[in-house]
Design a protein. Structure first.
Length: 78
């Protein structure tokens, strides 16, 4: 599967017709950079936003509840 996709990319971007070799290489490079740099950055930002929306309020509520119920953090022995 991966080899077929890579073969298609090479044939399309490096061996294309009616455009120069440099245009194909630059377009292929921009596609590779988009896939491997921009999309992972967006995924990490999405994960942070989802964490803040869903998990952070729950963590904050649990700390407030612990304080209201009088739970003390464990003391470490030195």
């Amino acid at each position: 599967m991966l080899s077929e996709v890579l073969d298609l990319l090479v044939r399309r971007f490096l061996l294309g017709q009616n455009v120069s070799f440099g245009q194909n290489v630059s377009f292929g490079l921009s596609v590779v950079l988009f896939i491997f740099m921009f999309l992972p950055t967006l995924l990490v930002l999405l994960a942070v936003v989802l964490f803040v929306i869903f998990c952070y309020p729950w963590l904050h509520k649990s700390q407030v509840l612990d304080r209201e119920l009088g739970f003390q953090p464990r003391k470490t022995v030195e």
